[in-house]
Write a protein that binds this ligand. Structure first.
Ligand SMILES: *Cc1c(COP(=O)(O)O)cnc(C)c1O
Length: 358
């Protein structure tokens, strides 16, 4: 079969082992999965109520997501024409890549960062320019240097997945001033709600000044709606109009639209989750300081431990055998912040595991 030759260098996404697989393999009763940065408290009860009341499943959804558009426009204080919705940000990454990239183009991103930017660039045949993180943070100076006349797209994941680190306001502004205005800069703010630090850039007001900026947000993480698939992009109406051409006509389901509207109506749920998350992060910091394990301070609902290759394998495997699924990367392990009880249990287990890996 003749498929694009570049597909031979890629693999389908593997989310890691499922809970059921691990249960069977290690004969465990209880599994805790802290591997995908989902909200351990689920979603707002408001959402469950709203979706249980929908009875329009036989009808195509509103492709323009008009009601949700109105709600998000109000929530952000932006014009409705600046919004595009997608079946999670994964789909928006695909839409943007499809609209912007081609075999003549290149795209600049950090390494390590969210894997889907690279994946879709390669499918489009574009060159990927990966700039190593500098102490865990996007190296914006080097990223700016990597831009040339064939650069069409730059990805900034802020805060960054998998490190949890962030690009400060001043640095982002300096970068945006350097980037030619025909190069699209996408800032992925999947963890926006979890950020508590003061010098984190508020990007929505920057959209008026930088017409080449697109901001992405999702309902999958803090809002706890990863299973229903809904996210969005905010950018100039001219750019949104072009992306809408690439977007499938009914890309977001009516259930997802209803869920997102209901989620926005319960800001207290997010506030509570963020307070607990921030507090729980402190417990992890304290513990890993004591254990002398390096980590990056996080503005998200996960923490990244910097470990040697053998330590990564050993910690990952020992946790797995005890029923705890975390995520491993080439330079460390990422742990999603769980419920208070889960975190307490995990720290107890790590206290036993850590001496065995050093
Ligand atoms: C989780 C995540 C996404 C994808 O989220 P969706 O569930 O597809 O909305 C995108 N970017 C980053 C940085 C993420 O962590």
């Amino acid at each position: 079969m003749n498929v694009k030759s570049q597909l031979s260098t890629l693999k389908a996404y593997t989310p890691g082992k499922t809970t059921d697989e691990v249960k069977k393999e290690y004969q465990l009763e209880k599994i805790v999965k802290l591997a995908s940065n989902e909200n351990p408290y689920g979603c707002s009860p408001n959402v469950l109520k709203a979706i249980s009341q929908t009875n329009t499943l036989a009808i195509y959804p509103d492709g323009a997501a008009a009601e949700l558009k109105k709600a998000v426009a109000e929530h952000l204080g932006v014009d409705q024409a600046k919004l595009i919705f997608s079946s999670g940000l994964d789909e928006l990454i695909q839409i943007i890549s499809r609209a912007v990239l081609s075999p003549e183009a290149n795209t600049v991103m950090a390494s390590e960062t969210f894997s889907q930017y690279r994946h879709h660039a390669i499918i489009e045949g574009a060159e990927v320019r990966e700039i190593p993180l500098l102490e865990g943070v996007h190296d914006l100076d080097k990223m700016a240097e990597a831009i040339d006349e064939n650069t069409k797209l730059v990805w900034i994941c802020n805060p960054n997945n998998p490190t949890g680190t962030y690009v400060a306001k001043e640095d982002l502004l300096r970068f945006l001033d350097k980037v030619p205005n025909n190069v699209l800069v996408v800032v992925d703010e999947a963890y926006y709600e979890y950020v508590t630090i003061n010098d984190y850039p508020q990007t929505i007001p920057l959209l008026d000044k930088y017409e080449n900026l697109l901001v992405m947000r999702t309902f999958s993480k803090a809002y706890g709606l990863a299973g229903i698939r809904i996210g969005y992009g905010v950018a100039s109406p001219a750019l949104i109009n072009k992306l809408d051409i690439v977007r499938l006509p009914f890309n977001t389901s009516s259930l997802a639209q209803t869920a997102a509207i209901a989620a926005l109506e319960d800001p207290e749920f997010i506030e509570e989750c963020v307070i607990i998350n921030t507090n729980e992060l402190q417990k992890y910091y304290h513990f890993f300081d004591q254990q002398q394990i390096s980590y990056y301070p996080s503005q998200t609902n996960f923490i990244f431990l910097q470990l040697s290759k053998p330590a990564i394998e050993e910690m990952f495997q020992q946790l797995l055998e005890k029923g705890w699924i975390v995520r491993k990367f080439p330079k460390g392990i990422r742990i999603t912040i769980g419920t208070e009880q889960e975190n307490e249990e995990l720290l107890k287990i790590l206290k036993e595991v850590i001496p065995c890996i050093q």
